[in-house]
Design a binder for this molecule. Structure first.
Ligand SMILES: [Zn+2]
Length: 104
C-alpha cells in the first residue's frame, strides 16, 4: 500500500500532469480505464468526489467498469491522508509504478 499526505499527493499530480487538476489522469484499479476530471464534467458531474475514487463506467455506458473504492472490497493500492488523519483510498495516477504486492 502506498500512503501519502494530501500535499504530497497534490505535488505528485502536478509533477506528472501539470498544475491543472482537471488534467490529472487517474487509473481505475479494477479495469485500468484512464479518466480525468474533464470526463466527468462532460457527462454533467462534479468530478471532485469521483475522479480519483470511482470508475466512470458507473455512469457512462461503454467505458470502464462500475468500480468504486467506497465499496465492500478493498483492492486499491494507494491511500491519501486528509485532515484529521483519516485515510481515503484513491486510484493511482496513470503511469505510476505499481507498489510491490504485499500479503493479502
Ligand atoms: Zn474501472
Amino acid at each position: 500500500m502506498i500512503t501519502m499526505e494530501l500535499t504530497e499527493w497534490q505535488k505528485q499530480g502536478k509533477d506528472l500532469f501539470g498544475e491543472e487538476a482537471k488534467n490529472w489522469r487517474f487509473k481505475c484499479v479494477k479495469c485500468g480505464h484512464i479518466q480525468t476530471a474533464k470526463d466527468f464534467k462532460d457527462i454533467g458531474m462534479n468530478p471532485e468526489s469521483y475522479v480519483h475514487f470511482s470508475c466512470i463506467g458507473r455512469w457512462k455506458e461503454g467505458v470502464g467498469c462500475d468500480w468504486t473504492l467506497g465499496g465492500l472490497f478493498t483492492i486499491h493500492k494507494k491511500e491519501v491522508i486528509v485532515e484529521d488523519g483519516k485515510k481515503i483510498p484513491v486510484f493511482m495516477f496513470d503511469g505510476e509504478p505499481e507498489p510491490e504486492k504485499g500479503g493479502v
